[in-house]
Design a protein around this ligand. Sequence first.
Ligand SMILES: [Zn+2]
Length: 377
Amino acid sequence: MIIEPSKSIGNVPASTLGRATTAAQREVFRAIPKVELHCHLLGAVRRETFAEFVQARGAPISAAEIAAFYERGSKPIGVLRVLRALERYLLLQPDDFRRITYEYLQDAAAENVRHAEFFWNPTATIRDTGLAYGEAQAGILAGIREASADFGISALLIPAIDREAEASHAVEMVELMLAHRDAAAPGIGIDYRENDRPPELFREAYALARRHGLKATAHAGEFGMPWTNVRTAVDLLEVDRIDHGYTIVDNPDLARRYADRGVLFTVVPTNSYYLRTLAPERWAVDHPIRAMSALGLKLHPNTDDPTLHNVSPAGAWELMHSHLGYDVGDLREMMLNGVEGCWANADQKAAWREQWPAAFDALVDETDWPLPASFDR
Ligand SMILES: [Zn+2]
């Protein structure tokens, strides 16, 4: 049954139809023990911190622009511009990276994210600010250590290839990672605009990472880019998981094969491409996330750019229920998909696999959530 949602969530317009959620259910979304596997550090900068950096650096960004970045309407634009502004003008010292890492993890921990794996693109930082890779990475890792000590959250950094830059910079990024190798940065990713920048351009960088035992993920099939990019990422770049990957639904046979192999897809309900291209009254029913599940793919919901999408981890999980049709048993499965697909060590993962289902069930029991007959503990 589709009814008016109780409130708008993130950048999803209120006119988009969804299921109402109760306050008790919203508390469940917040309190589910969860991992976050797809979040960009620069997309998680608090608005007040951004404004403070603009002022301190004298950056050429007006108050109106800051407002436009952070108050996103139904046709969101400009995330990539904000990220570039941060890289170019605002994040100039290792301590800037430490601070935004700490604040991101503090906000995530407040919604019971127990473990976060987040992206940072080193290429533009090195090129535009003169900061060395090792200095910036050290700032981020210091932020992780402090947040872990203060909030009990664990986290890993995923240095990510800037696919708008030359492929040689991607190889250089992996070489820098290896030169400054740290267990808290166990693998690589790739993001920024996928148009005309297919994964095969970055084959050498991924091969180098794999040869040295780094993990790998890749943004593919975002912005309506073809399913072949997902296939290239999985089969040629040999990634461990896929970020977005929506257009895999255009090749159902391949999707079923990846479902059998258990490839995890980190999906983002607030992804702006579908908010722009699907009509509000069809958005919730036509979203490819639904088709991905129907093909048996393993999914895990994420915020992507939480402060820029105006969404939190709880909001992303709520949208999976309120708009994308998942029920309590599906959410429980997604919680475990996240544990399975994350890069924490095996002992830690085993402990979460053991403890989190009972915690999840206890949360659901405390609500007035009508349990479907299919809910199986
Ligand atoms: Zn992303």
